[in-house]
Design a protein around this ligand. Sequence first.
Ligand code: MN
Length: 296
Amino acid sequence: MKLSRFNGSHLGVVIGDEIADITKLIDADPAEWPPVSMTRLIAQFDDNKALIEKRLETTPRVKLSEARLETPVPWPNKVIAYPVNYHAHGREMQATYRAANQGFFLKPPSALSGASEPVLLPNVPGREVHHEAELAIIIGKKARSVKREDWADCVFGYACLLDMVVRGREERVFRKAYDTFCPVGPWIVTKDEIPNPHELNMKLWVNDELRQSANTRDLVLDIPGMIETASAVMTLYPGDIIATGTPEGVGPVTHGDIIKIDIDNIGVMSVDVKQSNDGYTEVFAEPYVPPIIKQK
Ligand code: MN
């Protein structure tokens, strides 16, 4: 099932070129704050799935092409992110560590945005803002100290994710925390539709230029390992998001660009890039050009 959030916190199931609006069916309130309807749906999915499937035929629909797609889980407990989790990306960044011996960092949930929202470039002259194409894991169950072999039990589904970053030497979280620096979407695909997440092709284009192309089989710390590692430290909650790391080919985006990410079994998410006048900070006053070594 493809679950989306759209048109002002409505919840939907994507079917072909339409979205079935299940907001009323599951008693969700688009006006609620904090916006936790999707989190609740994920946590109670086993109880709701049969009802949704049974009533889907008679549920009102909108055209997907006319819907404004918002970030599927806008208020997760946390967004976990693994740095340098593909060897070739480690080489291009000249990083001596990998996710397997570094652990994770966190992105603020306020950085989340959706497929129909632009990435806003902060006003930081002399700096490059880079795209990082990543597979997102959406957690489905409360879990702590998950063993490798039990990883699948706590996964709800998957999505495309862009881990946007201001390149520099400053604190990583600071550089990755701007609003709209974590587009997720275009929807969540439940795990039953992705039998083998360990072998998914992932591609990213900026306009028509293919920048990143990789397969999740090349992850350094694999999906079971990421869940084992995160849950060794923290309780995972339904709706938590894990950004699994980016492959080689990261690079700058500028005003007017369109970033397109395509992951097998999930779909395509395209987001516009716009320059903002906001976001200036003295922390980024020194110019910085990342010394990236092109692979191959
Ligand atoms: Mn990343």
